[in-house]
Design a protein around this ligand. Structure first.
Ligand SMILES: Cc1cc2nc3c(=O)[nH]c(=O)nc-3n(C[C@H](O)[C@H](O)[C@H](O)COP(=O)(O)OP(=O)(O)OC[C@H]3O[C@@H](n4cnc5c(N)ncnc54)[C@H](O)[C@@H]3O)c2cc1C
Length: 392
């Protein structure tokens, strides 16, 4: 006998589990199935640094941040499982005069939407991040309420709370086909059989292009490897903001009793997750320049790589596919899917259940933007000028 579900979610990363949780909150858990070909949180969510920031430069991304930060702040009351949310601040660095002016515009937009960021001169940046080399900076932007939390913890917690309400999450089950007829989703196929459904949500992270192709829909989400290097134990200051050196595309984070740096994302799409030690020299050289105390740190033993879920304009894709009724996309978050997962889950649940999302205008995130010339642009809060660099 063929199984039936009202809603099938493909992918149990932080996005798929957040959608499941938000659907469950609406009381429809019993008719929701999540299919995950590996394990919960084993996809790109497992590589996320856990960064959470309001410092974006488009209205839609900032609104996702504002709503999500409110959710992270009330996580303990809402979810009641540990997620290690803490506000350590993010300091973004500008180098050129143009970047300085863009930072000021970004801060003004953020402030207008409720993010308490501020533009700071290089001298103040040096006080916020003691030891930072600032002589070549044209300015910086700081937000004390930016922070971090645990991506694995959040995903497991969303999954657990969804399951408790009745959502069925099946691990080790890959979706191999999506049946469409008369322009509408009818079923998903797996090695274990078919599930009849009229609503399928693609939440397959960097694999979303392949999954949506099963329904004949082209979704421009491309995988890019980014390698992270961790120092041996090293005395970083107790309080130190996350540093995004926008011009260099380089990140410094205080982590695990030492420093975590990353400096390059591959320029060609691939799912390769092996550590590219060839990137270490570039990252370490910039580390010594930007944060000279790191000349005494030892890198070279510990590193890992993850896969960015990148779209051509660095924004997620949310909405019903234009040519296939019942196929919903929630993917391509381009390096910020973890932090935006609370809002992404909420709006996607509403889109499927109510036909529209409240509160945030998600029309700019529709897939059609890539066809009709309304794609977005993130000036200088993604790394300079390239969609293949980091967005952590
Ligand atoms: C190095 C690195 C650092 C990052 N740092 C941050 C950060 O600081 N802050 C932030 O917000 N974001 C960060 N990100 C981005 C973040 O990790 C992603 O945006 C987010 O995890 C996407 O979640 P997801 O659920 O869409 O994807 P995933 O976690 O990849 O989940 C998708 C799931 O779909 C499953 N799947 C695929 N195909 C199928 C199929 N056919 N059938 C069934 N299941 C399938 C996969 O197994 C996978 O588990 C970072 C990413 C990287 C690589």
């Amino acid at each position: 006998m063929t199984e039936r579900a009202d809603i099938v979610i493909i992918g149990a990363g932080v996005i798929g589990t957040s959608i499941a949780y938000h659907l469950a909150r609406r009381g429809v858990a019993g008719s929701v199935i999540v299919l995950e070909r590996e394990r919960i949180a084993s996809g790109t969510t497992s590589a996320a640094g856990g960064g959470i920031r309001g410092q974006f430069s488009t209205e839609v991304n900032i609104r996702f941040s504002v709503e999500s930060v409110a959710f992270w702040r009330r996580w303990d009351e809402e979810i009641g499982l540990p997620v290690d949310y803490r506000e350590e601040g993010y300091l973004l660095l500008a180098t050129t005069p143009e970047e300085r002016e863009q930072f000021k515009r970004n801060v003004a937009l953020q402030n207008s939407l409720g993010v308490p960021s501020r533009f700071v001169e290089p001298d103040e940046a040096a006080l916020l991040a003691p030891g930072l080399f600032v002589d070549d900076l044209s300015g910086a932007a700081y937000n004390a309420t930016d922070g971090r939390a645990g991506p694995n913890e959040a995903t497991q917690a969303f999954a657990r709370r969804a399951r408790e309400r009745g959502v069925r999450i099946r691990e080790g089950v890959a979706v191999t086909g999506i049946e469409v007829s008369s322009g509408r989703v009818r079923a998903v196929r797996t090695a274990e059989g078919a599930i009849e459904t009229e609503h399928v949500i693609v939440a397959a992270g960097p694999w979303s292009r392949d999954v949506a192709a099963l329904a004949g829909v082209d979704v421009p989400v491309y995988p890019y490897r980014r390698t992270i290097f961790l120092s041996e134990p090293f005395p970083m200051p107790d309080r130190f903001p996350v540093i995004l050196d926008i011009h260099a595309g380089w990140t410094l984070i205080r982590e695990g009793g030492g420093a975590r740096i990353s400096g390059q994302t591959d320029s060609r799409p691939s799912f390769d997750r092996s550590v590219d030690w060839g990137h270490l020299a570039i990252s370490a050289e910039h580390a010594v320049h930007r944060y000279p105390p790191l000349r005494d740190a030892r890198f070279g033993k510990r590193g890992y790589a993850g896969t960015y879920d990148t779209t051509p304009d660095n924004h997620g894709i949310i909405g019903e596919a234009p040519d296939v009724a019942g196929l919903y996309l929630c993917c391509g978050f381009s390096g910020h899917g973890f932090q935006h997962s609370p809002a992404a889950g909420r709006v996607t649940a509403e889109l499927v259940l109510d036909g529209a999302a409240r509160g945030i205008d998600i029309v700019p995130l529709a897939l059609t933007r890539f066809r009709d010339g309304t794609s977005l642009w993130e000036p200088l809060t993604a790394y300079a000028g390239s969609h293949v660099r980091s967005n952590a």
